[in-house]
Unconditional design. Structure first.
Length: 549
């Protein structure tokens, strides 16, 4: 063995779950005391492969149960065709390959892509997970990134200053089924930006610096109130995944007991088959209660732990938090505190979710939503709508932002009374909710003003149902005005610019007689009158007729 191994040390940096605040895994970092072994490893695939084995063994000696991230250069994989010595080391340490993620790092220039993809395929066949490291600050081609289909994409923190880029990467990761991790987070402002951008994981000096011992605790800044309002479909289960304590299905009760007594934070153990598919779930309290009986240890210690387990409860990685609650509700009352296993498309366990995490997050969401509801209509206010506008802009989605109000509402209040005016506003709010589809968001921003955010193809049914209805207050007929700005990807940078483009359309709609609807396109001049008459040219931000853009 090379002499450099005598002075080579390893440090551990936690990968943090931004939703639960827990440690999702440990990246193992080489820290040579002399020389530059990393520069040598970049040129020598055999040396780089040895480093990966040594990194894993360093973690195994710490007896940590957390998932591990092992760094390997892309060129190493292409040259070696895989990491057989690492796979052997993992098996020898009685760890499972799917508990190890291979962090593939740049450079990618001059790396034979087909050879790299074949090597990644071999790693997957062995059970390893794949991470694309250094994205945004490296040289990985976008086509290669999609061909790799990694389970995790690590973005450089410099991308946080470019919301459009990180939004595009998040949208790509959603298509690939990958989680997003931001590396190099050093400030609370960067952490907030990572959360706002939709990253599920992060690592950096803010949470915990690299250390010789795996971090027992990390610092995670509290979530900013109102950040990330949950859509009706619910947050993704990916946001709540914790590392799972896994043992082979053949493990004895004594092995499970040793794991639980040595790891007080572990709430349960999943017994998995040779492919990583959960076959039994062992709940901490019930198991230890059985083992602590008068003859429990003598009866069970050498028997298979599976006999003291239950059928596992599982959800797919694409499930929502609400679907997890459905799984919990379908089980018996005695299992409400059991962890729910999260499995990938092959049925392999990628982690667990705890009911407490889901209930806490969903309760906080409901409290935030309730605080932002208009007391008259119980519709969310402008913050919820503008936040969703920013998310759709970041995702590169087309959308239509509309403003709706009652014509001459002051006269309605003066003539029919404020009670009749309030009832009219409630009726308009109920009608908007009834007309809205799953992808449509409706908000009441005060008085008789409403906001409607919809996909362009879903807007017309809402507009027709609102403008064709016969509205009245105190026996007086009432009409509505609607103004819509269509926003193509890249046409606006945030909700403020979208709102400024909507303002002149509102003025144009109000200048028309009867029920009116004015439509424009952000960034282009002109507008189209879809309802109403006697148009007055609008001033302000330029918008255009869809047919002319």
């Amino acid at each position: 063995m090379h002499s450099w191994t005598d002075t080579l040390r390893f440090a551990f940096q936690p990968v943090v779950n931004l939703t639960t605040g827990g440690v999702a895994g440990l990246e193992i970092l080489a820290r040579p005391e002399t020389g530059d072994v990393l520069a040598e490893a970049r040129r020598d695939p055999e040396l780089d492969g040895q480093l990966a084995v040594l990194a894993f063994r360093a973690a195994a000696r710490k007896e940590t149960l957390l998932p591990l991230y092992v760094n390997v250069f892309a060129g190493t994989l292409a040259d070696l065709g895989g990491l057989t010595p690492l796979h052997d080391a993992v098996r020898a340490a009685r760890r499972l390959p799917w508990e190890v993620t291979i962090d593939i790092g740049p450079p990618y220039t001059h790396v034979p892509q087909q050879a790299l993809l074949e090597a990644v395929g071999a790693l997957r066949d062995q059970g390893f997970r794949i991470s694309a490291d250094g994205v945004g600050d490296g040289d990985i081609p976008l086509r290669l990134l999609t061909d790799l289909t990694p389970e995790l994409v690590k973005l450089d923190a410099s991308l946080l200053a470019r919301p459009a880029a990180i939004g595009a990467m998040r949208a790509l990761c959603e298509q690939l089924g990958a989680l997003v991790c931001v590396e190099g987070v050093e400030t609370e402002l960067q952490c907030a930006a990572a959360r706002s951008a939709g990253a599920q994981l992060a690592q950096g000096e803010l949470f915990a610096p690299p250390a010789r011992l795996p971090a027992a605790e990390v610092y995670v800044p509290p979530r900013t109130p109102g950040l990330g309002v949950t859509p009706p479909s619910g947050p993704s289960v990916r946001e709540f995944v914790r590392p799972a304590a896994l043992l082979p299905a053949t493990a004895s009760a004594g092995q499970v007991r040793a794991l639980l007594t040595g790891s007080p934070d572990v709430s349960g153990v999943l017994l998995v088959d040779i492919h990583g598919v959960p076959v039994r779930s062992v709940h901490r309290s019930r198991f230890l209660l059985s083992m602590s009986g008068r003859y429990g240890h003598a009866l069970y210690a050498d028997r298979p732990a599976a006999k003291l387990g239950d059928p596992p409860r599982t959800v797919g990685v694409d499930a929502t938090a609400w679907e997890v609650l459905d799984v919990v509700a379908d089980g018996g009352r005695d299992r409400t505190s059991d962890d729910v296993a999260v499995v990938d498309r092959f049925g392999r366990c990628v982690g667990v979710v705890r009911l407490a995490d889901l209930v806490r997050a969903l309760a906080e969401t409901r409290v935030e939503e309730a605080a932002g509801l208009n007391p008259l209509t119980r519709l969310p206010g402008s913050d919820a709508i503008t936040g969703e506008v920013d998310r759709r802009i970041a995702d590169g989605r087309r959308f239509a932002l509309s403003w709706l109000d009652v014509d001459h509402f002051k006269q309605v209040n003066d003539g029919a009374g404020f009670a009749a005016g309030d009832e009219l506003i409630r009726s308009v709010g109920r009608a908007l909710q009834h007309a809205a589809t799953d992808s449509t968001r409706v908000g009441h921003i005060g008085g008789d003003d409403f906001l409607v955010l919809a996909d362009p193809e879903g807007l017309n049914p809402v507009a027709v149902s609102m403008l064709d209805a016969a509205w009245s207050a105190g026996g007086r007929p009432v009409t509505l005005s609607l103004a819509t700005v269509l926003c193509e990807p890249g046409s606006v940078t945030d909700h403020r610019q979208a709102a400024s483009c909507l303002a002149p359309l509102k003025k144009a709609a109000k200048s028309l007689s009867g029920a009116s609807w004015v439509l424009g396109r952000a960034g282009l001049p002109g507008h189209e009158i879809l309802r109403g008459a006697e148009v007055t040219p609008a001033a302000g931000c330029a918008v255009a007729e869809p047919g002319r853009g």
